[in-house]
Design a protein around this ligand. Structure first.
Ligand SMILES: Cc1cc2nc3c(=O)[nH]c(=O)nc-3n(C[C@H](O)[C@H](O)[C@H](O)COP(=O)(O)OP(=O)(O)OC[C@H]3O[C@@H](n4cnc5c(N)ncnc54)[C@H](O)[C@@H]3O)c2cc1C
Length: 412
């Protein structure tokens, strides 16, 4: 008879782990605290589930598990994931490298996983929250919130992190990992919007525009992004902001001064901008400053920049002194905003931090407790936007599931 394995948490990583362990001959039981499996998957990719990306590699990940990502992807990477889903009957749509189910329904991804779990006779216990785990000779005893205890040869913890707690992942899994002696790298919300200090956001809320962004921590520029910036009534959002939110979150946690410089004209290099700027002052010298800023970028932004450069809308362009012209030009190119906090875990797509990957093997087994495995967002691995976090869930789930099914009876 195969090994008995408990998978705690039925998100993307847990379902993948369960399927791969069962295919490798294990008898698998899944415990999920929600009344259904895979709740978070349904919310991914705006309901379309961007489940992976053609441009896959460890360089798109952060955390103590960056090298681990490489190892794991060598065993079960992008190609294996595409084959896995295709074999389950799901056609794949490639939109500029971003992979989705062809149905454009996240429910498809969940359905094919559910059907496969049924086919493999995986025992699924919903409304079962696991609150305790103990190692006992030759196996583990896990305890549910109703105090029932269950014994297994191996356990895979796939409880997720703290992001989107309404979907069931509220960080409780970290408590289980701690019970087993693991360290948790401090967590922060990531892939989320940034809340800023200035008081003008309500005036420009709703603006969406192409922009270049640079994140500064103290006097150091730590990353640059480009894409559609969205201004909200509390700060900045959109994909380029999400991509830098993790670094901002850790800097803010360490109480470091965190600013973002916005380039509203990212298509221009410095020389091109200087020519554009100088020509405009010549050609539009007889206009009011309101007319002058009209047509450069979104008008709400133009009027705000005028105000911040201490100019009046009615002022004639020809009368504006050189220092103010330069000031206004700098604002278009490097508009500084001060970040005071990120949005909370409720609005974050992922949780950075988690189980320290220096304490797990490349098969994702605990280095501390033999027979205990981890996968998914529980581990200190987080990727950028674009299908990278789900790919980590699929790959790490598959590797942990296959390894757990084969794990030896060695005693600790
Ligand atoms: C709105 C949103 C959109 C996203 N879009 C994308 C996207 O398009 N592409 C992408 O790659 N990533 C996306 N992500 C991120 C991605 O969804 C996650 O990284 C991934 O789903 C994590 O999978 P997981 O299985 O590790 O954790 P989770 O999906 O969080 O699953 C953990 C499961 O464990 C259960 N659980 C927790 N504790 C216990 C316990 N003690 N006992 C029993 N059960 C427990 C939870 O209820 C949950 O079902 C998005 C995230 C959000 C919130």
């Amino acid at each position: 008879m195969g090994k008995t394995i408990a998978v705690v948490g039925a998100g993307a990583a847990g379902m993948m782990a369960a399927i791969c362990a069962a295919r490798a001959g294990a008898q698998v039981t899944v415990y999920e605290r929600n009344d259904r499996v895979g709740k978070k998957i349904l919310a991914t990719g705006n309901g379309k589930c961007n489940f992976s990306n053609e441009n896959m590699g460890s360089e798109w990940y952060y955390g103590s598990g960056r090298l681990l990502v490489e190892e794991v992807y060598r065993t079960f990477g992008l190609q294996e994931t595409k084959t896995f889903f295709t074999d389950l009957g799901m056609r794949i749509k490639n939109r500029n490298g971003y992979l989705y189910p062809a149905s454009e329904q996240a429910a498809t991804v969940l359905d094919v996983l559910r059907y496969e779990m049924m086919r493999l006779s995986i025992d699924i216990h919903t409304n079962q929250q696991i609150v305790g785990i103990k190692k006992q000779r030759g196996g583990f005893v896990i305890e549910a919130a109703d105090q029932k205890k269950y014994r297994y040869d191996a356990v895979i913890l796939t409880c997720g992190g703290k992001a989107a707690p309404k979907t069931g992942s509220d960080g409780q899994g970290f408590g289980l990992a701690r019970q087993m002696g693991h360290q948790i790298v401090p967590t922060v919300p990531a892939l989320t919007a940034l809340r800023c200090k200035e008081n003008f956001y309500k005036q420009i809320a709703g603006v969406r525009c192409e922009a270049g962004l640079a994140l500064w921590i103290g006097k150091q520029k730590v990353c640059m992004e480009r894409g559609e910036l969205q201004i909200t009534d509390y700060g900045i959002s959109g994909i380029p902001v999400f991509q830098m939110s993790r670094q901002a979150a850790y800097a803010l946690r360490d109480q470091k001064c965190t600013t973002v410089e916005i380039d509203f004209m990212p298509d221009y290099n410095d020389n091109e901008f200087v020519s554009f700027w100088n020509e405009r002052w010549v050609r539009q010298k007889d206009q009011s400053m309101e007319q002058f800023v009209t047509g450069i970028v979104n008008k709400k932004i133009g009027l705000l920049l005028l105000k911040l450069a201490d100019m009046k809308e009615t002022e004639k362009a020809a009368n504006v002194p050189k220092s103010k012209r330069e000031k206004l030009g700098r604002l278009y190119r490097a508009f500084p905003v001060t970040v005071k906090e990120t949005n909370s875990y409720e609005q974050a797509q992922v949780c950075a931090g988690g189980v320290d990957c220096r304490e797990v093997t490349k098969k994702l087994e605990s280095d501390i407790v033999h027979g205990l495995y981890f996968a998914g967002e529980m581990l200190d691995v987080d990727g950028i936007c674009g299908g990278y976090n789900l790919q980590w869930a699929w790959s790490s789930g598959a590797v942990a599931g296959m390894a757990a099914a084969k794990c030896s009876d060695k005693e600790d």
